[in-house]
Write a protein that binds this ligand. Structure first.
Ligand SMILES: [Ca+2]
Ligand SMILES: [Ca+2]
Ligand SMILES: [Ca+2]
Ligand SMILES: [Ca+2]
Length: 391
């Protein structure tokens, strides 16, 4: 009965939505553009309102695959559509055009205006951007028929701002019973949970399905249980079995936006690249150092960098230098359970040590790896850091 009611409720909503759509002549979402900072300017076409009364633009957070949707309104040229279909957009046909956004805030691709045609967000002589830390648009987009569109100016003062922010890592704890406790950065690190998937083994989290949100996983021997965020936390078939027993690690080593499972045995790294259909690829890394293995993008080139932690010492091999040891090894002077993820949202992983299962010491890349904390999370278990909510 409840299901049936819910269905008829949804159907009712859909009918209302369709009626509204026909009445207004365009599709609208509320959007996440500021109600006050919402204007862009074009010398030839005047003001554009990115958060008009009947609609607005939404900036969707999905890691490297973020994108825009919805409509902006310009008094002189009418509606400007940010994308067709679902983002991120391929921009190869009239059915899949749209404005894409990478996790550093660079916009690309095309919006469409019925009256003035394509609007390019990454034209030859400019780059439209959104600040990953403040959500402020800046730079210029280009339209063949109306010229430059400017997003930020001091005099006269105008600016388009969104509540979107770049990816922030969320600390989490998984206790011995397999209970997951999450502290979402966007929720002021307030603890939520416990969430339980009825599997208790070695927990980890990484974005295996590439939707910009970390997927919880449990590794039991050679078996990988992964719950896809993109599928409503359904088990991703399987469990996967790669036939290698070791210390499990998962991160995007090949840069396709999906996490690659890895097993580490002493100094040997076995990695199954998502970009190669999870083939072992004949590649086994050996950096000659054994310790607590982890992987995160320390140098900010979007590829995960393998690392080994021994006591207070961090050995990190930068992808940007062809897997050369990043000087050091680094010594932060604190020993414990190491984790690494981008807590401050500057695109570089921040090393952290969790002492006594609950005290988090963090070295933020954005402030030159000065020590911060310890932060107390209040639950004991295996520490994990990943971007669970994609923002
Ligand atoms: Ca995911
Ligand atoms: Ca990958
Ligand atoms: Ca890297
Ligand atoms: Ca960082």
């Amino acid at each position: 009965m409840i299901t049936s009611n819910a269905h008829s409720m949804q159907a009712g909503k859909r009918v209302l939505f369709l009626l509204a759509l026909f009445a207004a002549g365009a599709v609208f979402a509320e959007g996440n553009i500021s109600a006050t900072n919402k204007f862009a300017w074009s010398e030839n076409a005047g003001w554009q309102n990115w958060s008009p009364t009947n609609g607005g633009v939404t900036v969707h957070a999905a890691g490297t695959n973020s994108y825009l949707s919805g409509y902006a309104w310009a008094e002189n040229i009418g509606w400007i559509k940010m994308g067709a279909g679902t983002g991120s957009y391929a921009n190869t046909t009239a059915d899949n055009y749209g404005v894409n956004l990478d996790r550093d805030g660079n916009l690309s691709g095309y919006a469409w205006s019925e009256t003035c045609g394509w609007i390019n967000f990454n034209p030859t002589h400019s780059q439209a951007v959104i600040s990953p830390t403040t959500g402020s648009f800046d730079g210029y987009a280009w339209a063949e028929n109306i010229g430059w569109i400017h997003f930020k100016n001091t005099s006269p003062a105008y600016n388009v701002c969104t509540s979107w922010r770049a990816s922030l890592a969320d600390p989490a704890i998984v206790d011995i019973l397999g209970n997951w406790y999450l502290c979402l950065a966007r929720n002021g690190y307030l603890m939520s949970g416990p969430f339980n998937f009825n599997v208790s083994a070695r927990p980890l989290a990484a974005d295996f399905d590439g939707d910009g949100k970390a997927d919880p996983a449990m590794v039991d021997g050679t078996l990988w249980y992964v719950w896809f965020t993109g599928a409503g936390y359904q088990l991703s078939g399987g469990p996967w079995n790669f036939g290698v027993l070791g210390d499990p690690v998962a991160a995007d080593f090949d840069g396709d936006g999906k996490a690659d499972p890895a097993m580490v045995i002493n100094t040997l790294w076995y990695v199954w690249f998502s970009g190669s259909g999870y083939q072992l690829n004949g590649v086994t890394w050996n950096f000659g150092v054994a310790g607590d293995p982890l992987a995160a993008d320390f140098d900010g080139d979007t590829l995960a960098d393998p690392a080994m932690v021994i006591g207070t010492w961090w050995y990190v091999w930068f992808t940007s230098t062809g897997y050369q040891l990043s000087g050091g090894p680094w010594n932060f002077g604190v020993a414990g359970d190491p984790v690494a993820a981008d807590f401050d949202g500057d695109g570089k992983a921040d090393p952290a040590m969790v002492v006594d299962n609950a005290l988090w010491y963090v070295w933020f890349s954005s402030i030159g790896y000065q020590p911060s904390g310890p932060y107390y999370l209040g639950v004991s278990g295996t520490p994990i850091a990943a971007d669970f909510d994609g923002q």
